[in-house]
Ligand binder design. Sequence first.
Ligand code: ATP
Length: 259
Amino acid sequence: MTDYETVSADVDDEEEIPEDHPRYQDLLTRHRIERGVEKGITHLQGMHAEGRGSAFDYLLGEETIPSADEAERVAAAHLLLAERPVLSINGNVAALVPGEMVELADAVDADLEVNLFNRTPERIEAIADHLREYGAEEVKGLEADARIPNLDHQRAKVDADGIYAADVVVVPLEDGDRAEALEEMGKIEIVIDLNPLSRSPRVAEVPIVDNIIRAVPNVTAHARELADADEAELRAIVDSFDRENALRTAEERIRSGEL
Ligand code: ATP
């Protein structure tokens, strides 16, 4: 047995995971989800979601494929054009990319809103505190004074001045029903999900088939690079995007098994 094989079980701090490990990103991801569960911000169900994502990422070669990079640039353009952009945070997102979501919100002037599938006041508070530890100033989702139409009560809860009023929403690792209901509300949805066959990316205006730990910093990098672009340039980027092609290309890559 190599030293590497014992890493994920023993590690106390992510700094201990060797960056040259061939499965570094996967070990880091698992470690962050475990910590999220321990901290009360991630539901146990989130571990299953992570396991599914990890299998797709393995087949994608654990890299941002060119069509995902393009989708990430398009997402940045949409966010810069938006009047009321909101980034939705669930337990996995909070565990995996808290600081990265705060940075993206800052780069595109978006709000952060906690939105949970398994909603409890304790988890909402824990996630909001966690985001504040990473520099978030305002965190929405605690009021929950509006409802997404056509969804059951618990999952429909959103802030009236947050997701409910948003024109562009980033919903990473979103459940299919809610993604559909948001789409029916006429929102421009940017979904980050490693499974191109899942309903959420299939209803999204911009499906990003990539690991959230790579996708979010890359959207931020594109947003910074496009910060001085005028509206016409941003519109041209958005209009040139072919969502079907993005989904098809990712699916082909996963099915071909060419790593
Ligand atoms: P549906 O969207 O059809 O309801 P599902 O039930 O598989 O599909 P969920 O369990 O609600 O979906 O969400 C998990 C989704 O998140 C999976 O599609 C999985 O591929 C994706 N996922 C998990 N971890 C990551 C990650 N780190 N980055 C991106 N996507 C991820």
